[in-house]
Design a protein around this ligand. Structure first.
Ligand code: CP
Ligand code: NVA
Length: 307
């Protein structure tokens, strides 16, 4: 049995198998076929943070696979009143077939997985957002960017960390530009560099957004204020000056460059209104692909469990 906690737990071929499945299931859905790959299976979805896309895509996804989703907000279950993660894991995993968790520390997710009898999926932690990056990879392929140079501009956060692992494992070039003081976690960068050496990825990490974007095939960013950092908002807005992806910044990338954003987007901060609306096609295809990519992941994990 495998959990899906971070991309670095998987080989390139394993991630590719999940992506292939996602494309296959997406094609079937577009042809009107609802293949019950997970008939009668239940996915529990534990949320300790807000969500629009993750909730709707997992809940719809498991339903379309023939199963059922349980939305469990920590505001409503005993976890929110202090029941330990490990007890919650031992209870829930005796009743359901798979669990998705959105929480704060990666260690809380790992604790749950350690005590779980069923596969656990990371639906975002402070450190990583791997299901989003599987989606972003799928979207880049769909838009013809099969061996891209990607520029990530902004906070060295969960999205940046997962981009590092994705590029390192799938073997493409990623340039990360953050303001000073908002760099990626050093241990994650070091692990990503090892993986990049093994798989032919190229990671360039610096502080100059314009240099990073120059000639890129894909430009991406994320909010400057992640969930849980609301009190730092004013300081962050000052510190991220010069990091907005606007028309000037995008003009340095290739003419046909994509702009991706995991959403929610804050126009006038990490991205300008003009850039956002000019790239709405790929941004909302990316959002839709959450549904498809996660089905690939769920079905793959479910099959591992049966083997
Ligand atoms: N991108 C993403 O995970 O969105 P939600 O926070 O709405 O789930
Ligand atoms: N970095 C953001 C991503 C939201 C999907 C956050 O953690 O809030």
């Amino acid at each position: 049995m495998k959990h899906f906690l971070t991309l670095s737990d998987f080989s390139k071929s394993e991630l590719q198998q999940m992506i292939d499945l996602a494309f296959e299931i997406k094609k079937q859905l577009k042809e009107g076929k609802y293949v019950p790959y997970m008939q009668n299976k239940t996915l529990a979805m534990i949320f300790e943070k807000s969500s629009t896309r993750t909730r709707v895509s997992f809940e719809t996804g498991i339903y379309q696979l023939g199963g059922t989703g349980l939305f469990l907000s920590s505001r409503d279950i005993q976890l929110g009143r202090g029941e330990p993660m490990k007890d919650t894991a031992r209870v829930i995993s005796r009743m359901v077939d798979m669990v998705m968790i959105r929480t704060f520390e990666q260690s809380k997710l790992e604790e749950f997985a350690k005590y779980s009898k069923v596969p656990v999926i990371n639906g975002l932690t402070d450190s990583f957002h791997p299901v989003q990056l599987m989606t972003d990879y799928m979207t880049m392929i769909e838009f013809g960017k099969t061996n891209p140079v990607v520029a990530y501009i902004g906070d060295g956060n969960n999205m940046a960390h997962s981009w590092l692992y994705l590029a390192a494992i799938m073997g493409f070039e990623l340039r990360v530009a953050t303001p000073k003081g908002y760099e990626c976690d050093e241990s994650i960068v070091n692990r990503a560099k090892e993986l990049a050496d093994e798989n032919g990825g190229k990671l360039i990490i610096g502080y100059d957004p314009k240099e990073a974007v120059s000639g890129a095939d894909v430009v991406t960013t994320d909010t400057w204020v992640s969930m849980g950092q609301e009190e730092e908002k004013e300081k962050r807005i000052k510190d991220f000056k010069g990091f907005m992806v606007d028309t000037n910044m995008m003009s340095l990338a290739k003419d046909d460059a994509l702009f991706l954003h995991c959403l929610p987007a804050y126009r006038g901060y990490e991205v300008s209104e003009e850039v956002f609306e000019a790239h709405a096609d790929e941004i909302f295809s990316e959002a839709e692909n959450r549904l498809h990519a996660q089905k690939g992941i769920m079905v793959w994990l479910d099959r591992q469990r049966d083997n």
